[in-house]
Design a protein around this ligand. Sequence first.
Ligand SMILES: [Zn+2]
Length: 297
Amino acid sequence: MKEKISWHFCDHCRGQIPVLDQGYMVEEKTCRLFCSESCIVKYYDPLIDLLANDEKQYRKKNNINEKLEISEAKQRKLLSSVLEQPDEIWSCSDQLGCEYFFQIKKVSTQPTWMILVCFRFKQKPSFILHHVLTHSSQMMQYYQKGTLVTQNEEIVDDQALTNEEIIVPEKFMEQVESLRSSFLASILSKRDEQDIPIEDFHLFEEYIEPTISQPEEVFEYEDKSGHLVHAFIRDFEKMDDCFFYIVLSLKLDPTMQPAENRLDDEVFIPVLAFPTIDEQLYLSFKKGICLTRKAVN
Ligand SMILES: [Zn+2]
């Protein structure tokens, strides 16, 4: 057997790696070797920043301002689906031969794409440098760099992302953020000491969706700052206790969305959602125009 030398060092911390098997490689075409996952991350950190910045610049230059509101758990689910079953994989090398991969998948018919910029090693993604979620086909095409190496039949995994998860313009989200603090302050000033504590509000998040989709009452009113607020109200029972769930929302202005993504349905973005057992607090939101009348038995 031919003798092989093993003088290996970590490309980040320069620590010696006596046994090659103990090292990590993420790129196929270079000899970069690392002693640990944390050294990989630190080594590629400038590249990760560069890609994040590049996305920001491209969005700014082309006026693609969008912000997708999805949970971290959903993000992770999407990531693994694009890692394992991308629709397309593009490959592009730099002048020194370092090869980058762009895995693209349409994750919703709306349409929405997720794009991963990554390295691949032994035909598998080995390290994610950046990911992008977008409604814009122009943005998606920006990442179709180099040559198309794999193309799967386009099967839209609608389970991955439902149409309810829509892209909200940044300007609108800024309004929502600032209103949230003023709503919260106003509720805190009115609330009863015996009411459900604010620390427990997160335990009731599962009631947001049913309250918006099947409210018992909806009131439309203009708040002090001139915003048209929709209060969705429904009562629930949890462990034999009855409570009202109130979702204060803003209606998404369709003209704020890019034409190709505009939805026909009305979309309400929750600003503040909270449970209450205080009838007075509940009654304080019954104002303005009543859009749905509570069924009278
Ligand atoms: Zn190291």
